[in-house]
Design a protein around this ligand. Structure first.
Ligand SMILES: CCCCCCCC/C=C\CCCCCCC/C=C/C(=O)SCCNC(=O)CCNC(=O)[C@H](O)C(C)(C)COP(=O)(O)OP(=O)(O)OC[C@H]1O[C@@H](n2cnc3c(N)ncnc32)[C@H](O)[C@@H]1OP(=O)(O)O
Ligand SMILES: Cc1cc2nc3c(=O)[nH]c(=O)nc-3n(C[C@H](O)[C@H](O)[C@H](O)COP(=O)(O)OP(=O)(O)OC[C@H]3O[C@@H](n4cnc5c(N)ncnc54)[C@H](O)[C@@H]3O)c2cc1C
Length: 556
């Protein structure tokens, strides 16, 4: 995050000064924004940067215990520098959060500089090798030119020039949220690879006396656990490509001072980061549990994969907060649509009259047709967004201000943002396959994946579709069965579909997911290498167990 921030927030002179040092690994930096007392509420950050025109320096301080920077990756023992987000004060006025490059440690002996107290925040659930750290600043001075001034400036005499948009400071977070969508796709692909390969190797239970134990991948319940997640990994792959394309296009516009789509990008990246990381987080646990006891072993790779992935739901914007950000924009779009404004591409459906799609018990609608089902996802999203938006309007009519009305409708706003994200993902998956140049055989297999993703997505949220009369109960049941009917077809290519992710064994880090399937021999080898097995009799025997046993034996 250090380098992307410099690349996006530096003037050209600052780029020339700082970026070569980064690219050549002459300095190592972190992104120090979160504090002990604030991670979500950025306007509440307390670190201060007061400009001193006499020396043309900023004086950085952590004025309170809650203002100590806390969590930034590699801050504790590694980073020599940080981008520090602090409240800018100049000529007696506060101008809000701005980014500053701060050197933390000497480039000679790596010791912390004067006014810098820095260290590791202690053991965490995962990310063991990462020294997430703390930073306490005490009257630490940096040159004026260390404030990143692409968008806002402080002149030598202290005059402040404000940015074209205050939120441009938040640009790196948007970029990383887009990367996390990619990260979700990768993590779910890894978990699917481990679980499906292991399920093809593992044989368990005797269905009928005398019959060989079947591969657990042959059980419909095992397929129902794993194949929708496999399909989701493929869906997220195509979605992260689409998300990155939108990000690149909007970022190019921003670089040309066109800020018209910055809000749409913020809303979409927030919703997709939250949606994909929540779904992946839950999916990793399903994959682990589908591998039985060996899934719980470190040898499976699941404990580390989960412990390292799960903070994706928290960092870079806590997921609920990001869903609310997305929903806030959707509410704005409903208002714009009602006042006749044209809406941007990813939200244009909110101005359509989607109520035309009626439920109908045996209306003869083709419930296996993906284009038709995507129209139902659209209707569900539109209904949920308009419902939540109407709740906000009713709150205001009842005398609340906008903040109060948004807060009181927030549970529904999160549901609406989830439905919006889900519609975007399902639509993107189906549309991406149409554009894919692939053999008819491959198209057929990928269509099976898209179908099980779309069917299962409705089955798992059928309440949304039934409550709004988008589907009848019997239609929902039919779609649920369509998903189950697809499972044996996907079974044929399941192992090939995870092999296609091409994770090397060294990357997958899983004995269960080994490409050669040689699980049991390698589990035993792995166990023998366990530190506890260095000696037959563990030294602790002589200190604790031995004396205890001997003492009790003497009583016999
Ligand atoms: C290239 C191949 C790569 C492959 C990689 C694949 C694998 C990689 C996997 C993962 C990679 C990434 C690894 C992750 C490592 C990250 C480690 C963690 C880092 C961090 O956590 S950094 C700190 C993150 N912190 C946050 O995100 C804070 C969240 N809080 C906020 O953003 C804000 O406080 C807020 C938005 C919640 C609230 O802001 P505010 O108080 O100002 O209140 P509002 O009134 O809601 O907002 C005002 C206004 O601003 C708009 N807004 C807000 N944010 C943005 C934004 N980012 N962009 C644009 N606009 C924004 C908001 O919509 C409001 O606008 P309106 O007034 O409504 O118009
Ligand atoms: C592994 C890891 C790495 C990190 N790396 C970095 C880093 O490199 N740099 C950095 O600056 N930070 C980093 N962070 C910090 C991270 O960005 C914050 O933890 C994150 O932004 C969440 O903020 P918080 O911890 O204050 O949670 P809080 O915001 O306190 O969240 C707690 C609860 O409050 C709820 N909540 C908060 N606000 C609202 C609201 N407005 N409406 C409804 N509910 C709300 C949330 O939904 C959540 O349920 C990292 C964190 C982790 C875990």
């Amino acid at each position: 995050m250090f380098i992307p921030t410099l690349e996006r927030q530096c003037t050209s002179e600052q780029r020339e000064k700082f970026l070569p040092l980064c690219y050549d690994y002459r300095i190592i930096g972190t992104y120090a924004q979160t504090e002990l007392g604030h991670g979500t509420f950025l306007r509440g950050l307390e670190t201060t940067a007061h400009y001193d025109p006499n020396t043309q320096e900023f004086i950085l301080n952590s004025p309170t215990i809650s203002s100590i920077k806390w969590w930034p990756g590699a801050l504790g023992k590694t980073s020599t520098h940080a981008v520090v987000l602090a409240q800018l004060y100049t000529l007696g006025k506060c101008h809000g959060i701005h980014p500053f490059v701060v050197q933390l440690r000497s480039l000679d002996d790596h010791k912390p500089l004067r006014g810098i107290t820095v260290g590791d925040i202690g053991p965490k659930m995962g990310f063991g090798p990462n020294d997430n750290g703390y930073l306490k600043l005490h009257k630490h001075r940096i040159p004026r030119t260390n404030m990143l001034m692409k968008y806002s400036q402080v002149s030598p005499d202290g005059t402040y020039t404000k940015p074209p948009r205050s939120t441009l400071t938040y640009g790196t977070m948007t970029f990383v949220r887009v990367l996390i969508v990619h990260g979700s796709a990768i993590a779910l692909a890894k978990a699917s690879t481990i679980a499906i390969r292991y399920s093809a190797v593992r044989r368990q239970s005797e269905l009928r006396p005398g019959e060989p134990e079947p591969q657990i991948l042959s059980y419909p319940t095992q397929q129902h656990k794993l194949f929708p997640l496999l399909a989701t990994a493929y869906a997220f792959h195509f979605v992260q490509l689409a998300m990155m394309k939108i990000y690149t296009d909007v970022n190019d516009q921003i670089n040309n001072s066109n800020f018209s789509r910055i809000q749409e990008l913020h809303a979409l990246s927030s919703g997709l980061k939250a949606f994909t990381s929540w779904v992946t987080n839950a999916g990793l646990e399903v994959c682990r549990m589908s591998c039985g006891g060996h899934g719980y072993s470190q040898a499976s790779g699941f404990p580390r994969l989960y412990a390292d992935f799960t903070p994706s739901c928290t960092y870079e914007g806590e997921n609920t907060v990001l869903m609310l950000q997305s929903a806030r924009y959707l509410v704005k779009c409903v208002r714009d649509a009602r006042s006749g404004k044209t809406l941007p591409g990813t939200v244009s459906y909110l101005s359509e009259d989607v109520s035309a799609v009626h439920s109908g018990g045996s209306s003869g609608r083709d419930l296996s047709n993906l284009d038709f089902l995507i129209s139902l996802y659209k209707q569900r999203a539109s209904n949920q967004v308009h419902f939540a938006s109407d709740k906000v309007d009713r709150g205001i009519s009842a005398g609340m201000d906008l903040v109060g009305a948004l807060n009181s409708a927030s549970v529904h706003l999160v549901s609406a943002a989830k439905a919006h994200s889900h519609y975007f993902i399902a639509k993107t998956f189906v549309e991406s396959l149409k554009l894919l140049k692939a053999s008819s055989e491959l198209q057929n297999v990928l269509h099976q994946l898209a179908s099980v993703y779309v069917f299962e997505g409705i089955a798992q949220s059928s309440g949304d579709f039934i409550e709004d009369y988008i589907l009848s109960g019997s239609e929902a049941k039919t779609i649920r069965q369509l998903a189950v009917d697809l499972l044996p077809l996907i079974r044929v290519n399941a192992v090939s579909l995870v092999d296609a992710f091409s994770f090397r064994d060294e990357v997958l880090q899983s004995v269960l997911g080994r490409y050669d399937g040689n699980v049991y021999e390698n589990l035993f080898k792995w166990a023998q290498n366990s530190p506890l097995n260095k000696t037959d009799v563990h030294p602790s025997y002589h200190k604790y167990l031995g004396p205890l046993l001997k003492r009790n034996q003497s009583k016999l």
